[in-house]
Design a binder for this molecule. Structure first.
Ligand SMILES: Nc1ncnc2c1ncn2[C@@H]1O[C@H](COP(=O)(O)OP(=O)(O)OP(=O)(O)O)[C@@H](O)[C@H]1O
Ligand SMILES: [Mg+2]
Length: 866
């Protein structure tokens, strides 16, 4: 026989078998049974037990409700989901068992707690569907209200969807739970937390119905996804999932955008990584990435938007020009730009604040933040007006200006209602400002009067009784009391009622004192109730302006991004690129945006590049190690990408023919974990490029073929360049860096291939890197020189030089067979031979002739003679 609470718990737990249930009991969230064991372990808290019936105890672990965020973070981080069960009826009013309900299920994609979120990144929940050559992908960020869906079709549908998924980097991705689900197979090896969910939720009819019902519409045409079954399946699954996990978030999800990835430049995961757009390869940090350079945003919502922009460059000329126009206007208007950036510094996260308001989880301080943000809007608008005054009509900044809605009435309301120094929560009152509600003020007045009466009591009673040491005090157990010391006991008046005996005295109460006390305590309780009600009403009223506020927030975020790009352009001397649709890339004095800032000991040397389709679109770049080939390749890709993001670029002049995709194949990465060898990965990437590149693409190939033997490598590299050059669909603009000097011969046979190399100067046996890209091929790699710089042992360097000379003079047969130097020589010159090492280290000038002869004898003995 178990207790009623236990039965209530088990009934709820049954509905959430794979979820940890946080069961609210008073001031704690309790977990039981297996859940308790998990929580105790993951959160490092004590596992106890609790009686649940006669002679029956179950494991128990509880966390205090006010500190729940930290525990949620740990559990979510460890891959668990948590169902929050609250008491939904007032324990004071309900007879018997308090009603309890699951109010939300916290999953990685549906968290709203600020401590669980990264301010500068969106937290996406995604859903993926795949079905005969079609794919659907939808995503939502419930902290910002962004909800979008898209569909892909064709042979590459699945791959394109995965690429989009990789861009979004969702915190959680829903797929149908079916043993044969193609989604599961497709996501194998992809780094993305998956939630398998009832497959029927993804049925197009169910999903469509869920969307129609949620938005209260009769057709999805208004959202642009009618007739896109995969887009509907994915979006519908998300809506249903939120219904189960996060109802509050659903309420303010009032629109759905259907988008097409064809409006954006496609960047595959390895390209994003190779170009270090938002994180460095080595450490994964933002610092040192392109985002690290470009992000001077003043708000976290701006930071999130810039990040999205970098991962999603545009391909439409008009759209790019609009951004560039806006950046240019801000670039030119330095005083206003400074003003705007200063104002934005105090705006905070209007986007997330608004959503917290709409979800009913905004704290009093959130509201104050909201008001503060809104107060800045008129000044921002004024600064924009000042810029617009000097610009022709229809300027993109004007459209942005129009989206700014000051919402001053809402700001007024907040300021009138919320106390300036409001506490972080409603728990202890003091949130509502005096003067906002007559009722609240009356309560406060009564309580104040009562308190004053109590405060004056000590004085009055001392006079009445003549007891000078009489004291009035308060404690939690007895409330207010009058304390009299033993010595004065005879003077205690008859109306005093004894309550407590102390060592040195007695504590008393009077009926009147108790009356005032209950007035004070009642007032506190009533005040809390009233404040809670007023606060809720206020939030509801404010939430009706959610749309306007959100729009304003997003406009401010965009302005923040544009102003940041303008500011970076000024600070780093960028110029506005000329964007065109002619396919020509012509950059003068281009620089690498990151290296030019991080490289301290040597000035950055700018370089030109010119790629003209049909004339010379393929560049073979040779040159010594460490000369700057890879830097140059990335620099060209980054400049093109920045231009298409709408940013100014690090160059003296840049003409950028819009590219549809940038492909990169750079360096060898360790993919052993993914079960593929280095060379295999390289070849998979090259295959991908050759299959998907078009004549509008930009290809960055850094030492393709180097992961295998020289002959194989050269042959592959050679064939790849021929293929790019000759295949009618390809003819992509290509930069190919290589140490295979043989490839420079290609320029002789393929008319649109050009040779370039990195200039070096030799000074004696020193090599000086000039960092300049010059026409013509290089003939040497100076690899040994670099090895020496890197600190390889001298003996190794010498030996390498010797071998190189031999190889170059062809002494050992074919030049590219470094394998078989003369056996005898090797046996003597084995690097590990201590005699050799000693011989090298011998300081002959410090020896007498006799010592030298002795040493020689010794050596002879040690190598086996005598
Ligand atoms: N234009 C430049 N101006 C100044 N320094 C540069 C320039 N380009 C590259 N460097 C510096 O040279 C270093 C090596 O450059 P990079 O890695 O591009 O050489 P690489 O030719 O690709 O060498 P490897 O053949 O070994 O791959 C960079 O880390 C950078 O510090
Ligand atoms: Mg390199």
């Amino acid at each position: 026989m178990s207790t009623p609470v236990r039965r209530q718990y088990l009934a709820i737990k049954k509905r959430f078998p794979n979820t940890i249930v946080f069961f609210r009991l008073g001031d704690f969230y309790e977990t039981f049974d297996e859940d308790a064991k998990t929580v105790a372990q993951v959160c490092d808290i004590v596992l106890t037990s609790r009686p649940v019936g006669k002679d029956q105890r179950v494991p128990l672990a509880g966390v205090p409700y006010h500190a729940v965020d930290g525990y949620l973070a740990k559990l979510i981080g460890a891959g668990y989901k948590v169902a929050i069960v609250e008491q939904v009826s007032d324990p004071k009013e309900s007879k018997g068992l308090v009603a309890r309900e699951v109010v939300r299920v916290v999953t990685p994609g549906t968290v709203v707690e600020p401590t669980l979120l990264d301010e500068r990144r969106n937290n996406f929940l995604a859903a993926l569907t795949l079905e005969d050559r079609r794919a659907g992908l939808a995503y939502v960020d419930i902290t910002t209200g962004e909800f979008a869906t898209t569909q892909f079709s064709g042979d590459d549908a699945a791959q394109e969807a995965l690429q989009e998924l990789a861009r979004l980097q969702p915190a959680e991705c829903l797929i149908p739970a079916r043993p044969d689900a193609p989604e599961r197979a497709a996501l194998r090896g992809v780094e993305c937390p998956i939630t398998e969910w009832d497959a029927w939720r993804f049925d197009v009819q169910t999903a469509r119905e869920a969307l129609l019902q949620h938005f209260g519409v009769g057709t999805l045409a208004g959202f642009g996804c009618e007739g896109l079954p995969q887009a509907i399946r994915a979006a519908g699954a998300i809506v249903q999932y939120l219904q189960e996990t996060q109802k509050a978030a659903l309420a303010h999800l009032d629109s759905l955008t259907t988008y097409s990835t064809s409006r954006f430049m496609t960047l595959d995961a390895s390209t994003r990584r190779n170009l270090e757009l938002v994180a460095t390869i080595r450490t994964g940090a933002v610092k040192g990435s392109l985002l690290g350079v470009l992000d001077l945003t003043r708000t976290s919502m701006g930071g999130r938007m810039l990040r999205q922009w970098l991962l999603q460059p545009l391909v439409e000329k008009a759209a790019i020009e609009r951004r560039l126009d806006a950046v240019e206007a801000l670039y030119n208007a330095t005083p206003q730009r400074m003003k705007i950036r200063e104002l934005l510094g105090g705006v905070g996260d209007l986007e997330r604040l608004t959503n917290r308001l709409a979800q009913g989880i905004a704290t009093p301080r959130d509201l104050l933040g909201l008001a503060r943000a809104l107060r800045r809007v008129p000044d921002v608008a004024a600064a924009l007006d000042a810029i617009l005054a000097g610009l022709p009509g229809g300027h993109p900044l004007a459209a942005l200006r129009d989206r700014l809605n000051p919402c001053q009435a809402e700001a007024d309301l907040i300021e009138a209602a919320i106390a300036e120094d409001a506490p972080a929560t409603l728990a202890n009152g003091g949130v509502i400002r005096p003067g906002y509600s007559d009722e609240l003020d009356a309560i406060a007045r009564a309580s104040r009067d009562a308190k004053q009466w109590v405060a004056g009591l000590e004085q009055r009673e001392r006079q009445r009784t003549g007891i000078k040491s009489l004291k009035v005090g308060y404690n939690k157990v007895f409330g207010y009391y009058i304390e009299v010391s033993k010595a004065n006991m005879d003077r205690v008046p008859p109306d005093y009622v004894r309550k407590q005996t102390l060592v040195n005295g007695e504590r008393f109460i009077t009926p009147e004192l108790k009356e005032y006390e209950s007035l004070i305590l009642n007032a506190q309780e009533r005040r809390l109730e009233l404040e809670t009600r007023l606060y809720k009403e206020l939030c509801e009223r404010l939430a009706t302006a959610r749309g306007r506020m959100l729009d304003t927030g997003r406009a401010l975020a965009e302005l923040d991004v544009l102003a940041s790009l303008a500011e970076v352009a000024v600070r780093n001397r960028y110029t506005r690129p000329e964007v065109a649709e002619d396919g020509i890339i012509d950059i003068r004095e281009g620089r690498h945006p990151v290296v030019e800032l991080t490289q301290k000991d040597e000035p950055f040397v700018p370089n030109d590049v010119r790629l003209v389709p049909g004339e010379g679109e393929i560049i073979i770049l040779t040159g010594p190690n460490m000369a700057g080939k890879s830097t140059f390749l990335r620099q060209v890709a980054l400049i093109v990408l920045m231009a298409q993001v709408g940013s100014f670029v690090p160059a003296q002049r840049a003409h950028i023919g819009i590219v549809d995709r940038i492909f990169t194949r750079i360096g060898a990465q360790d993919e052993i974990a993914a079960g593929q060898s280095t060379f295999m990965v390289e070849m998979v990437e090259v295959a991908n490029i050759l299959h998907h590149a078009t004549s509008a693409s930009l290809l960055i190939l850094d030492e393709v073929g180097r992961g295998t033997s020289t002959y194989d490598g050269i042959s592959i590299a050679w064939a790849v360049v021929e293929h790019i050059h000759n295949h009618p669909r390809l003819r992509a603009k290509t930069l190919f860096a290589t140490h295979y000097h043989e490839l420079t011969d290609l320029a002789g046979t393929l008319p649109r291939v050009r040779n370039f190399s990195m200039a070096v100067a030799e000074e004696g046996d020193r090599v000086i890197f000039l960092r300049k890209v010059i026409p013509g091929g290089a003939d040497r790699s100076y690899g040994i020189h670099v090895a020496q710089l890197a600190g390889l042992p001298k003996s190794v360097i010498h030996r390498a030089e010797e071998l190189l000379r031999e190889l170059e003079s062809g002494q050992n047969g074919a030049a590219i067979k470094p394998r078989a130097p003369r056996a005898k020589q090797l046996s003597f010159l084995t690097e590990s031979d201590p005699v050799l090492q000693e011989l090298r280290d011998l300081d002959i000038s410090a020896m007498t002739p006799l010592e030298a002869i002795n040493k020689l004898y010794e050596f002879q003995r040690r190598v086996g003679k005598g």
